[in-house]
Ligand binder design. Structure first.
Ligand code: SF4
Length: 377
């Protein structure tokens, strides 16, 4: 039974100054008055959940684009956070940002509050590729942003990258990876482009004006990324995450360990006491619920032990370290190999490895991890 107090807090800011062609997150463009009211509601929700913060070690402010919120409103939110959460226990505090929003003033402001990790929505450094994705920044904006962050002492900086656009080749992706290394990013998350329903790229695909890269070419690029980043000292620790040793995202590791975490904001998900919640994805209903102290949910599901164990497998097998047999048994009171005898066959077929008490997907099979994980569903 998974009964620990949440160690991670996620806060969702659903505003962006520009909508990207591939994005299916809960986000919108909004007037300043809407942002002002949203932050006030978030602060109310933060207070409503005050009994959950004793063990919080990581905070992740994501979106949307949190850096698109005026600093005076972020200040209200950060002050409220620091009233509820003991800063001496915080190990990692991340904010997602658009490269164009990183000014010296913004960087000093977040650093003063103790934010020690920034995740930049880079996606690419190439004008043509950025245009397809609907991103408005340039390579120089990213260079400027990371220089400023380094100057104020924030060294832990992630770059999100996207590959799998039509016409992508190893040569093109290599150019982006070289920029990542030269600019001194400590962490990189390369994601394959997924065409989600209700996005602009989805419509373009329906009209046959946008054809994503075939799977085999995408797989070749993925394997190249693995080799290239590893050879430059950015080691892989999860399917889509690479970093210099010591710069792993502690927050995301809470998710991959299937541990409890808290979430705040419209559309935010969280997992406490065996219940998975997703807050309602509607600003008006979200606000109404918080105001009367009765949150409204998009989803609320109490998990059976079997479902919890499935999630443990699905999330843990994303990581290179894998799942500890000992920790699994301590958590669920059952031996992993008894619950999932299929593991023996998968080890025999080289789809899983068993090493020092951990089972994991070998790195050369990570591209087909979804198929392997299906064995546990
Ligand atoms: S990808 Fe990020 S910046 Fe672009 S619309 Fe989505 S949330 Fe906003």
């Amino acid at each position: 039974m998974n009964n620990q107090a949440p160690r991670a807090l996620y806060i969702h800011i659903p505003f962006c100054s520009h909508i990207c062609t591939y994005c299916d997150f809960y986000k919108m463009r909004a007037k300043e008055s809407v942002k002002h009211e949203y932050i006030s509601t978030l602060i109310q929700e933060l207070h409503l959940k005050k009994s959950f913060y004793d063990a919080i070690e990581t905070i992740y402010i994501g979106g949307g684009t949190p850096s698109s919120i005026p600093m005076e409103h972020l200040k209200r939110l950060f002050d409220a956070i620091l009233k509820e959460i003991d800063p001496s226990k915080l190990i990692e505090w991340t904010i997602e940002a658009n490269p164009q929003d990183i000014t010296e003033e913004f960087a000093r402001f977040i650093q003063d509050y103790g934010i020690n990790r920034v995740s930049l929505g880079v996606q690419s450094f190439q004008e043509k590729r950025l245009k397809v994705l609907g991103r408005t920044h340039t390579r120089l904006d990213v260079l400027h942003a990371i220089k400023i962050l380094h100057q104020v002492g924030i060294k832990n900086v992630n770059a999100d990258l996207i590959y799998g656009l039509p016409g992508d080749t190893i040569k093109l992706i290599k150019q982006d990876l070289i920029q990542i290394i030269n600019m001194g990013f400590t962490h990189v998350s390369p994601y394959t482009l997924i065409i989600e329903p209700k996005t602009m790229l989805y419509l373009a695909q329906e009209e046959n004006t946008f054809l994503p890269l075939p799977d085999e070419e995408e797989a070749t690029i993925y394997r190249f990324i693995q080799r290239f980043l590893n050879s430059y000292g950015l080691y892989q620790y999860e399917i889509s995450n690479f970093c210099i040793k010591g710069y792993e995202s502690l927050h995301n590791q809470v998710y991959w360990k299937n541990d409890h975490y808290i979430g705040l904001g419209a559309s935010a998900s969280y997992y406490i006491d065996q219940i998975r919640y997703t807050n309602i994805k509607n600003l008006r209903l979200y606000t109404e619920g918080v105001k009367i102290g009765k949150l409204k949910y998009e989803e609320k599901a109490e998990l059976t032990q079997e479902e919890e164990m499935q999630n443990e497998m699905m999330l843990g097998l994303r990581t290179i370290r894998g799942i500890s047999l000992q920790e699994f048994e301590a958590k669920y009171g059952k031996a992993l190999l008894d619950v999932y005898p299929v593991v023996n066959r998968l080890i025999h077929d080289k789809q899983l490895i068993l090493k020092r008490g951990y089972i994991a997907i070998p790195t050369n099979r990570l591209y087909v991890s979804n198929t392997i994980i299906l064995n546990f569903m």
